[in-house]
Structure formats: C-alpha cells, structure tokens
Design a protein around this ligand. Structure first.
Ligand code: OOG
Ligand code: NI
Length: 317
C-alpha cells in the first residue's frame, strides 16, 4: 500500500490500520466538542496523563428536537448505517424527553488506540417531545427548525464541524425556552454538538478505576461535579455507577446583539460492575459483556441536570 505525505508532513491515511471513515467522523465530533469545552478537555487530559493506559469511551450523547426528521433519527441513521443496533427506549415524562441508546458493532480496535480509536462507544440520543411544549415554545422551536432547511439531513456533519444548522436565536427566544425547558434552550444554542462523552471508569488501569476515587481526584483538582441527587448516581441494581462534571458555559452573541453566557457540554464517568452470574470470573477474564449493560432512567434524569442553571450557578458560587 503506498502512502502519500500531506502538506504538513503527516501520513495520510494514518499508518494505524483501524482508521476508518467512521472513526474519522467520531474524531471530528470529539475535536469539535473538546475545542468548545475547556473543562471536558482538561479532565480528559488529566485522566489520560494519570493513567498510563488508554482511556476508552463508554458512550457519546446528543440532544435533538423531536420534530419529524430532526429528532433522534437525524443522528441515529448514521450510526445504524455503520452497524450499530437500536436498543432500549427511556422516557422522562416530567422533562418531556425520550431517549434511545444504540450498541456498537464489533470493530477491530486500533493497536494502542484510545478514545474514538478504542472499542466503539455506545450512543445515547434524546429528543424533546416538542408537541407537549407550550404554543410559544413550539413556535420558537419550529421557527429555527424551519430556518435550518435541509440541515437535519446533515446533523452528523453539523456535529463534526461544530456548527449550528439554524441561525442564532435572539436572547428573548432563548430565555423563553429556558423558562420552560433548559434542555430546549440548550439544544437551541448547541444543536447537534456532542453533549458529552463518557469515560469508562472500569477500563482505567490505575487507582482511578473505581468511580469514587475518580470523583475525588477530579474534585480535588478544582472541577465541580453535578451534585443533583448526590454526586454518584447508582442504578437500583447497584451495578451502574455514573457521575458527571457541571457543563462549561460559553459567551454567546444572540441575534439581537445581546451577549450572555450559555451552557455547553460536560464530561461523564461510568463504572459498569460485573454481573452477579460472572462474579467468580478471574479479573483478567472479565470483558465488557460480563458487565451491567444499558442505561438507567433515574441516573439519566439526574445526569441531564449537568447543564442546568442550578448546577452552573452552584459552580460559580
Ligand atoms: C443525557 C443525560 C443522560 C446517561 O448516561 O444516562 C445520560 C443528556 O444530558 O443529554 O447521559
Ligand atoms: Ni451519559
């Protein structure tokens, strides 16, 4: 195979065998996310430099407006095309949200690869049940979704380049949505941008592989964790443990010239414990399939709050 040198002197395609188009897209989404979210970037670097081993992702999450073609499907079709399988639906009636998660296909891992070059992450996509919102909120959402034209057909591209598919809203429109649903306001200004990536805690090799130590380690270094319902979110079966940072906020210039900060993205940690039926497996034989799968509504309900005003203002205080 002949390799050509690009103008900056690096080889293209990169010499690692597992560099596929699909992983290239994930890499662009990850870069767009890390470039906008200094906390996520620092936390990831901190964990990477502390653990001498590769850091892997448990899942990547997105938010959408649940309007024909603009909701979960707009992102999920890309993953389904590349071999993902649709799994369970989760519903959050109080927040007027629903979510679906998708499990990855088997894909050879790039030797020494980490992040998006490690084992492929699960995908978690939620959507706002727009028809349950007030007429005023629906009008704003439909206005921007309409202005995006065919943008929803390119949701993945929008996420990868980190650019909204609709024009920026006015400050009052943002406020109106925020008063009804912080999720709606977040989605209006962040669009298809990655909402978070999740570090797989049980795959870390050092002392941080226990999520409690990871939480302590992160807090000691001055980062705030989402405290909604307690920092550590535990599933009823006790086997899925999750925590997350408070989202970064960013200065944003609204269409009417108002400048204000808006919530962006956060980073999450997840520890999946070994299922009871495999508890006697020797540690070196334990694989991901022996651990707790899926997501948990009550955990997720609290993780959503990572971008809430309550959590963000707590952080500044
Ligand atoms: C998703 C919150 C839920 C999880 O892992 O349960 C979640 C969001 O904030 O959009 O990430
Ligand atoms: Ni998550």
């Amino acid at each position: 195979v002949s390799k050509s040198k690009s103008t900056n002197g690096s080889l293209f395609p990169p010499p690692s065998s597992g560099y596929s188009f699909f992983r290239g897209v994930l890499l662009s989404m990850e870069q767009a996310y890390l470039n906008r979210n200094p906390t996520a970037k620092s936390v990831l670097q901190l964990v990477r430099s502390t653990d001498d081993n590769p850091v892997y992702y448990d899942h990547i999450a997105y938010r959408t407006f649940g309007i024909d073609g603009h909701g979960i499907d707009s992102i999920s079709k890309f993953f389904l095309d590349f071999g993902y399988t649709q799994r369970d639906e989760l519903s959050f009636p109080k927040k007027k949200l629903k979510a679906l998660w998708f499990s990855p296909p088997d894909d050879p891992v790039v030797k020494g690869g980490f992040g998006v070059f490690g084992p492929l992450p699960r995908i978690f996509i939620s959507e706002l049940l727009v028809d349950q919102m007030s007429p005023q909120a629906q009008e704003i959402i439909k206005k921007y979704v309409g202005l995006s034209g065919h943008g929803h057909k390119h949701a993945v591209l929008s996420s990868a380049i980190g650019h909204l598919t609709w024009p920026r809203p006015s400050h009052s429109e943002f406020q109106q949505l925020a008063s009804e649903s912080e999720y709606a306001a977040w989605t209006l200004v962040n669009g298809y941008m990655v909402n978070h990536v999740t570090i797989s805690a049980h795959k870390l090799k050092c002392r941080l592989q226990n999520i409690q130590s990871l939480n302590e380690f992160i807090e000691k270094r001055g980062f705030s964790l989402n405290s909604e319902g307690g920092v550590l979110k535990v599933s009823p079966d006790g086997l899925l443990l999750q925590s997350s940072t408070v989202a970064d906020s960013m200065p944003f210039e609204f269409s009417d010239g108002v400048k204000a900060t808006v919530p962006c993205s956060y980073i999450e940690f997840a520890e999946r414990l070994v299922l009871p039926e495999y508890k006697n497996l020797p540690e070196h034989k334990v694989e991901e399939i022996h651990r707790r799968e899926g997501f948990e509504v009550d955990n997720a309900d609290k993780i959503f709050e990572s971008t809430s005003k309550d959590q963000l203002t707590r952080r500044v205080a």
